[in-house]
Design a protein around this ligand. Sequence first.
Ligand SMILES: Cc1cc2nc3c(=O)[nH]c(=O)nc-3n(C[C@H](O)[C@H](O)[C@H](O)COP(=O)(O)O)c2cc1C
Length: 206
Amino acid sequence: MKTLLRVGTSSRTRGSHSRELADFFQQKWLGANPGNEIVLRDLIKDPIPHIGEATIAGYYTPKDEHDETLKSATALSDQLIDELRSADALLISTPMYNFSVPSALKAYIDQIVRIGHTFGFDQEKGFYGLVEGKRAFVVTAIGAVYAGTLAELNFLEPYLKTLLGFLGITEIEVVSLEGTTTDTSALVRSKQAAMEKIETLLANGA
Ligand SMILES: Cc1cc2nc3c(=O)[nH]c(=O)nc-3n(C[C@H](O)[C@H](O)[C@H](O)COP(=O)(O)O)c2cc1C
């Protein structure tokens, strides 16, 4: 049995293109892998708090030296990291907000990117990821069209690829739906293309 951790980040719980594509992905993934399991981490229905001063102190204090304050300030981070590590694959569905990730996703990222847990550092190797053996799928919904001349304004996709790579996840597939707020008939075609890409990815084994 395999587990897919599905992280949803659109503030829209209705009419969201990224959620619609993630629903499609989930349905196809379960179809291709009967008996497998989805763990849903919805960052809008169940928002993740920003890290605080004690959380940061906890990140940089060895666990066996944690007092009650540091234990409690890092408990959510522990839980989210366990959830990520236990999953066989990761699906992040996200809109572009202001050229990058929504703040709800950034708050989640700040809880899971943690030295000694999801990445390490030593003088010889520099930084290295500790989340290995996992595939990640990123589904994005973007109002305008950036592919082509505006590509350098798209900080969402390169940011998520860099971040996942930093954690040790090197097999990353991105399905990007662009132009969600522009031409309606073009959107129908690009959504169809995005769904076909998802089907192809899953047909090749996810
Ligand atoms: C707060 C906010 C910021 C946005 N910023 C951008 C942006 O920088 N570039 C862009 O092309 N579209 C932007 N959009 C449009 C969304 O990317 C687009 O509507 C997308 O489809 C939203 O995802 P969803 O359909 O899953 O909710 C923004 C929308 C919102 C609500």
